[in-house]
Design a protein around this ligand. Structure first.
Ligand SMILES: [Zn+2]
Ligand SMILES: [Zn+2]
Length: 157
């Protein structure tokens, strides 16, 4: 459930109207912090508020808050720690499920643009071969679109 929400948020908000903040995560840099971290802070606040509301009344809100927190912790360990090596511990998964989601996220970072990205989720990833085909397809399509646009522009002159 959290994965679905996270995927949609990443795809339609972070790679949509919120791209200005998320862009910092798709650029190479040596800073300790990224503007993109604001999302993590924002989601932590939401989780805290939900857990608080749960404690004073609605249990369901508390459960949602705990869900967000758990996802956040997993994301922090795997995404920030292992994939992006933001900590001092370096570990590269070399088999199974961890390797698959690791590569899937690296593939998300193969383009540094708002469009043309794949694998917006995190704890679920389809087989790598499928992702590769999708990435090629999306970018081929984009390239064709660009060529068509260029041809159109050229024909105007
Ligand atoms: Zn992204
Ligand atoms: Zn990332």
């Amino acid at each position: 459930m959290m994965e679905i929400i996270a995927t949609l948020t990443h795809k339609y908000i972070m790679h949509g109207c919120g791209w200005n903040l998320h862009l910092s995560h798709h650029k190479k840099h040596t800073n300790k912090l990224e503007l993109n971290d604001i999302y993590a802070i924002f989601f932590s606040f939401i989780a805290i508020i939900l857990i608080y509301l749960g404690i004073v009344g609605k249990l369901i809100l508390e459960l949602i808050g705990i869900g967000i927190t758990t996802y956040g912790i997993l994301y922090f360990i795997f995404h920030d720690g292992i994939v992006h090596q933001r900590w001092t511990i370096h570990y590269t998964p070399n088999k199974g499920y961890l390797k698959r989601i690791y590569i899937a996220h690296l593939m998300h970072h193969t383009t540094n643009k708002k469009e043309g990205c794949i694998s917006f989720g995190f704890i679920y990833a389809p087989p790598i071969l499928k992702l590769k085909q999708k990435l090629i397809k999306i970018n081929e399509y984009k390239i064709n679109e660009d060529v068509a646009k260029e041809n159109k522009d050229a024909s105007v002159d």
